[in-house]
Design a protein around this ligand. Structure first.
Ligand SMILES: *[C@@H]1O[C@H](CO)[C@@H](O)[C@H](O)[C@H]1NC(C)=O
Ligand SMILES: *[C@@H]1O[C@H](CO)[C@@H](O)[C@H](O)[C@H]1NC(C)=O
Ligand SMILES: *[C@@H]1O[C@H](CO)[C@@H](O)[C@H](O)[C@H]1NC(C)=O
Length: 499
């Protein structure tokens, strides 16, 4: 008897030990991930490449969402604790000895055969990109050493940040070229332009506009314009541009006023934009260009902290400049319709005046957040609402939305035509008529899709950076589709002539 019980004791003790050890590892790794503050805009987020369950983000049983390629090669995805690419200690530790650990990263690194998009990036001088952030290159460096997070120049905060797509995309391309890093295999840098799917023009055009568009005393033209002229001259001189007249070039011009002088000359390229409001249709259109989200400026509400229907006492929230030129007259009309209504927060003044945190708290306590056309069809407010899980109400007839080919915004936004919104009582009746169940469905969907609007470094599967790369890839294949159809008879006629 006793020998039998002893035999059975051994494996159960062993199992018990194993469980304790695994629990310890689990708790320890969760603690590491939790050490991160989520309002850091930059390299601190290097620390939190939390493995994302990408099926949950697109978990809706929707056939179209399967078009999103799995970004980790799933069978080869490294175990959770090795998936974080770099912690600062590890980066520092590269010189001391951790090569055995890094060896595992190397084997699984993304290569240009697996990547969705092969990107060739011009080595433009730093004055076009990180130099605008005060980074000084050196004779042998065009790019900062991004493997060391402390060397990455931070992007200025506040409202500049909303147009920072240019910065996150360039960082991601640079990271793809850094050995021993695991990141989503969507875009990868190649150094031979004839192997590239797309040629990236690394000009921080929005920052250049924000910082250097004023003509200073003694100057005849702004530094922003000088840079744009130089860029046009540079591109026109490149074989890469001439090959297809720039059609395979990607230019990020997210601020509506960026690239103001160069956009006509470079209009054949693919643009990454906030909207088409200030572009003539022959320069920018949905056939060739990509709409990218603004980077939201309020803090993302954690799904676990997100107030449900009952926890949001404000029914309708709007805060912004109320008098706008161009398309913005409707804000004023709505202001007079709504300002005295109960449970409505409709306030003057930009987010900046009231403080970003104040606006964030307001949105997180509101059921619906208005996104009304201003002087451009799009605004940061939509993305602030999404980050606050406040159901956006879009009153902007000409708005274009990011990734709308794979996202059905009607699942988490309410669309109201401007002509209806200004009818007395129309808006409030509509919104008050949306009851708990329907609202909760939209709120749940918001919590799933919010990841698509987060710009991150390093990027994570299905975040804004990777959604943009994927959108570019889809756009390229639709452009190619049209080209191939055009060739149908062109090619065979040529053949006929020669034979
Ligand atoms: C991912 O999320 C989906 C939906 O939320 C869930 O069904 C699935 O089990 C999750 N997978 C993993 C590996 O956590
Ligand atoms: C690091 O470890 C590898 C193998 O474990 C060894 O070959 C190498 O000499 C070590 N390097 C240093 C600097 O200790
Ligand atoms: C670039 O790639 C093309 C085609 O793959 C090849 O013919 C060419 O030699 C390459 N150029 C360089 C500099 O490696």
């Amino acid at each position: 008897m006793s020998s039998i019980s002893e035999k059975s004791m051994l494996p159960s003790r062993f199992l018990f030990g194993l469980i304790i050890v695994s629990l310890f590892v689990l708790i320890f790794s969760s603690l590491l991930l939790l050490q991160v503050s989520d309002n850091s805009f930059i390299p601190r987020s290097v620390f939190n490449l939390i493995p994302v369950n990408s099926t949950s983000i697109n978990s809706k049983p929707n056939a179209r969402s399967e078009q999103i390629k799995p970004l980790f090669i799933s069978s080869e995805a490294p175990p959770e604790h090795t998936r974080r690419p770099m912690r600062s200690q590890e980066v520092a530790g590269r010189n001391s000895n951790s090569s055995n650990k890094l060896g595992a990263y190397k084997r699984r690194a993304c290569d240009s055969n697996q990547a969705l998009l092969r990107v060739y990036m011009y080595d433009l001088p730093p004055e076009f990109h990180f130099g605008l952030l005060g980074w000084k290159g050196s004779a042998d460096r065009t790019w900062p050493d991004i493997s060391n997070p402390s060397q990455i120049p931070p992007y200025p905060g506040g409202l500049n940040l909303q147009h920072s797509a240019e910065y996150w995309l360039v960082l991601d391309i640079l990271l793809s070229d850094t050995p021993n890093v695991i990141r989503p295999c969507s875009a990868i840098r190649v150094h031979n332009s004839s192997q590239a799917d797309i040629i990236f023009v690394p000009f921080f055009s929005s920052l250049s506009y924000n910082r250097h568009s004023k003509i200073l005393e003694k100057e005849k033209v702004s530094f922003d314009k000088i840079l744009q002229d130089k860029l046009v001259e540079f591109l026109m001189g490149r074989d890469e541009w001439r090959r297809l007249n720039g059609k395979d070039h990607l230019i990020v011009a997210h601020h509506p006023n960026s690239m103001l002088t160069a956009r006509r000359k470079l209009g054949s390229a693919m643009f990454v934009l906030a909207d088409f409001g200030r572009y003539p249709v022959e320069i920018a259109n949905l056939q060739k260009d990509i709409i990218a989200p603004y980077k939201h400026v309020v803090r993302t509400v954690a799904a676990s902290n997100s107030a449900p229907f009952e926890g949001r006492p404000i029914v309708v929230f709007f805060q912004g400049a109320i008098y706008r030129k161009d398309g913005g007259a409707i804000r004023q009309e709505l202001y007079y319709l709504l300002k005295d209504e109960k449970d409505v927060h409709f306030a003057f003044g930009s987010v900046r005046d009231h403080g970003i945190n104040h606006a964030g708290r307001g949105m997180a306590s509101s059921k619906f957040c208005l996104n009304i056309a201003g002087d451009t069809p799009s605004s940061n407010r939509l993305f602030d609402a999404i980050a606050s899980h406040c159901v956006p109400v879009i009153i902007s007839d000409d708005i274009e939305l990011p990734f709308e080919d794979i996202l059905d915004y009607s699942e988490f936004c309410i669309f109201v035509r401007s002509s209806d919104a200004v009818k007395k009582d129309f808006l409030l009746n509509l919104l008050r008529g949306i009851k708990r169940d329907k609202w909760t469905k939209m709120w749940e969907r918001l919590k799933q899709i919010v990841e698509h609007f987060e710009y991150r470094y390093p990027s994570r599967p299905s975040d804004a950076v990777n959604m943009i790369w994927e959108a570019i890839s889809r756009k390229l294949s639709s452009i190619q589709f049209k080209e191939h159809r055009k060739n149908r008879y062109r090619r065979s006629q040529l053949k006929g002539e020669t034979s």
